[in-house]
Design a protein. Structure first.
Length: 279
C-alpha cells in the first residue's frame, strides 16, 4: 500500500469551517492527515459564534473515511490557542502541523478607521498566528519536527485600499513566519506563507455596481478555494523538508514564489550627503 503524502500527521487548521480553510482541511484528510478543524463560526467581521461550520467539515471528512475533530476555541486569546493544540494532543496524541488561516475583516479607509477596527483585525490575524505558533512550538522542538503554514495576503505584500489593519497584520505575519523559520530550523521545524487568490466569503463584499466591477468579480470567482489546498498539503509534508522561510502565492492553476525584500541599488558618496544633494 502506498502511503499518502501526510499519512498519520496531525494538523490543526484554523478558520476551517468554510472557504480556503475548509478545502485545506478536506485535502489534508484525503492525503492521510488527522485534522483538527478549528472554527468559531463567526461572521466575516468577527461577530457571533456557531458550532455548525466546523462540525459540518468534520462530518464531511469522516464520511470520506478520514479522521477529524471539531474545535471552537478562538485563536485571538493565548489560553484558547493553547486549548486548540491540546485538542490535537488529546484526540490524536501529537501535533505535526499548524495552518494559520483564521481571519476577519474590518475594512475602512485609514483616516476613518477606529481603534476597535484596527485592534480586532490585528488580534485575529497577527496575534492569533503568534498564539497558535507559540502553543505548538515547544512540541515541535521536543519531537524535532513540525511545519507551519501561514496564510498571508497580497494586501500585505503589496498593499490595498481600505485595508490598513489587514495589510499590516498580513505583512507582520510574513515577518513572523520568517523569524520562526530562522529560530526553529535547527529543530527541523519549517515555516512558510501562502498568499491566496481565491473567491471566499472574506472577499464576498467587493462592490459589483458597475460592469467593470462585475467583470472583475466574475474573474475572481473562477479562482476557487480548492486551488490553494494542494500547496498547503505539500508544505506540511516531509517532501517539503528543505522548503523554509518562503512566501508563495496561488492564483487558480499558477503557483508563484514571491520575492523577498532585498536592496535594489545603492549610491555612495565619499563626502557624505546633505538634503540638497539627495534632492
Amino acid at each position: 500500500m502506498t502511503l499518502k503524502m501526510v499519512q498519520d500527521k496531525v494538523v490543526v487548521v484554523t478558520g476551517a469551517g468554510g472557504g480556503i480553510g475548509r478545502d485545506m482541511a478536506l485535502a489534508l484528510a484525503a492525503a492521510g492527515a488527522k485534522v483538527v478543524v478549528n472554527d468559531i463560526g463567526t461572521s466575516t467581521t468577527g461577530e457571533g459564534t456557531d458550532a455548525g461550520p466546523a462540525q459540518k467539515v468534520v462530518d464531511e471528512i469522516k464520511a470520506a473515511g478520514g479522521q477529524a475533530v471539531a474545535n471552537m476555541d478562538s485563536v485571538a486569546e493565548s489560553a484558547a490557542a493553547g486549548r486548540i493544540i491540546q485538542c490535537a494532543l488529546d484526540h490524536f496524541g501529537r501535533i505535526d502541523g499548524v495552518v494559520n488561516n483564521a481571519g476577519i475583516l474590518r475594512d475602512r479607509f485609514f483616516h476613518k478607521m477606529s481603534l476597535d477596527e484596527w485592534d480586532a483585525v490585528i488580534k485575529v490575524h497577527l496575534y492569533g498566528s503568534y498564539f497558535m505558533a507559540r502553543a505548538a512550538a515547544n512540541h515541535f522542538k521536543e519531537q524535532e519536527s513540525g511545519a507551519f503554514v501561514h496564510m498571508t495576503s497580497t494586501s500585505g505584500l503589496i498593499g490595498n485600499l481600505g485595508q490598513a489593519n489587514y495589510s499590516a497584520a498580513k505583512l507582520g505575519l510574513t515577518a513572523l513566519s520568517k523569524s520562526i523559520a530562522l529560530d526553529m530550523q535547527k529543530f527541523n521545524v519549517r515555516s512558510n506563507c501562502i498568499a491566496p487568490f481565491a473567491w471566499s466569503r472574506m472577499i464576498g463584499s467587493i462592490p459589483t455596481d458597475t460592469p467593470e466591477q462585475q467583470a472583475r468579480v466574475a474573474k475572481i470567482q473562477q479562482m476557487t478555494p480548492n486551488k490553494i489546498a494542494p500547496l498547503a498539503v505539500y508544505l506540511l509534508s516531509d517532501l517539503a523538508k528543505d522548503v523554509n522561510a518562503q512566501v508563495f502565492a496561488v492564483r487558480n492553476n499558477e503557483i508563484f514564489l514571491m520575492s523577498q525584500p532585498r536592496p535594489l541599488r545603492s549610491v555612495h558618496r565619499s563626502e557624505g550627503w546633505t538634503p540638497e544633494l539627495i534632492a
